[in-house]
Ligand binder design. Structure first.
Ligand SMILES: Cc1cc2nc3c(=O)[nH]c(=O)nc-3n(C[C@H](O)[C@H](O)[C@H](O)COP(=O)(O)O)c2cc1C
Length: 192
C-alpha cells in the first residue's frame, strides 16, 4: 500500500482575508496572486469584509448579524488563515481589526484559537506594511493563533508591482510568494 501525504488526501483549506475594501486594492490583488500561485495541496478561498458591521456588544447580545456568523463559519471551516493587510498610519486598518474583534467572540469558543496563519501585506510606501504586520502579529497572538514567523512577505511600492488589472507582475515577488505559500502549507500541516 502506498502512503499518501495529508496534502494529497485532502487539500489544506486556507481562508484569505484582505484588510481593504476597495475594488482596486493591492492586498486583494495579492490574495488573488496567492490563489494563482498556491502549491499543490492548498486551496485558498477568500472572505470579503465589506458587510461586517462595527463591533457592538449590544448587537452581539441580540444575536450575531448574518455576515458575522458567515465569517465565523468560514474561519471555523478553514485549516489556516492568510491575511493580506494594508498599513494605515503605521498599523492595521480598522476593518481588519474590527473583523478580528468580532471573530474573537465569544472568548471561550473563538474560531481563531489554535488556528495557524500567515501574514502578508502590500503598501505603496517603501517598507511594505512592516509596522502593520507587527501589530497584526500581536493581535493574532492575543487570540492564540499560531502565526508563521518566516519567511515574511512585505510588498513595498505596490503600484510598481501590479498591472492595471491587478495582476502581480513583479517576477521576484511572484517567486517569493510561491515560497511563502509553500512555507504556510508546511506550517499548517503541523497543526492538522
Ligand atoms: C488612512 C491611510 C493611511 C495610510 N498609512 C500608511 C502607512 O502608514 N504606511 C504606508 O506604507 N502606507 C500607508 N497608506 C497607503 C497605503 O499603503 C495604500 O493606500 C495601499 O494601497 C492600501 O492598500 P490597498 O491597496 O490594499 O487598499 C495609507 C493609506 C490610507 C488610506
Amino acid at each position: 500500500m502506498t502512503q499518501d501525504t495529508p496534502s494529497k488526501l485532502s487539500p489544506l483549506r486556507v481562508l484569505g482575508i484582505a484588510g481593504s475594501l476597495r475594488t482596486g486594492s493591492y492586498n486583494r490583488a495579492l490574495l488573488h496572486a496567492a490563489q494563482e500561485l498556491a502549491p499543490q495541496g492548498m486551496q485558498i478561498a477568500t472572505f470579503d469584509l465589506a458587510l461586517i458591521s462595527p463591533y457592538n456588544a449590544d448587537v452581539e447580545a441580540a444575536g450575531w448579524p448574518e455576515p458575522v456568523a458567515a465569517l465565523h463559519a468560514a474561519i471555523r471551516e478553514a485549516d489556516a488563515l492568510l491575511f493580506a493587510t494594508p498599513e494605515y498610519n503605521h498599523s492595521i486598518p480598522g476593518v481588519l481589526k474590527n473583523a478580528l474583534d468580532w471573530a474573537s467572540r465569544p472568548p471561550d469558543d473563538c474560531p481563531l484559537h489554535d488556528k495557524p496563519a500567515a501574514i502578508m501585506g502590500a503598501s505603496t510606501g517603501a517598507i511594505g506594511t512592516a509596522r502593520a504586520q507587527m501589530h497584526l502579529r500581536i493581535v493574532c497572538a492575543t487570540v492564540n493563533m499560531f502565526t508563521l514567523n518566516r519567511p515574511e512577505i512585505l510588498v513595498s511600492r505596490a503600484q510598481d508591482k501590479f498591472d492595471a488589472q491587478g495582476r502581480l507582475t513583479d517576477e521576484v515577488t511572484r517567486r517569493f510568494l510561491a515560497r511563502f505559500l509553500q512555507a504556510l502549507l508546511e506550517w499548517a500541516l503541523r497543526f492538522k
